[in-house]
Design a protein. Sequence first.
Length: 127
Amino acid sequence: MRTRMKLAAITLDCPDPLALAEFYQQATGFEPHPKSDADFAGLTREDGLLLGFQRVDDYRAPRWPDQTVPQQAHMCFDVPDLDEAEARLLELGAGKPDHQPHDPTRARVLTDPAGHPFCICLDSPRG
């Protein structure tokens, strides 16, 4: 019998956990974790998934696509409308790197306020 694992949490390093949690809370609608503080903040999804943000002294933001400071993690979010999602995320403080390796009608790379790259992908059934 194989042991099945269920993803319970994803945690990102950052300089300001509460600020990054606020960005992702506005972007995703996940609920703030009640025990969030200046050193570790979290958001929870209805199914229990925790998106965490931990303070790191001397944090260095990833340099995407350059790997002098590697991205170390990469998240993708499905969205129903790429243009609408991109505009809203940029308004919330996301950045948009010049390098866009995907078909822009299917996916786009953005960076969160702490520099982590993430993709927004046109929501479609996965095969």
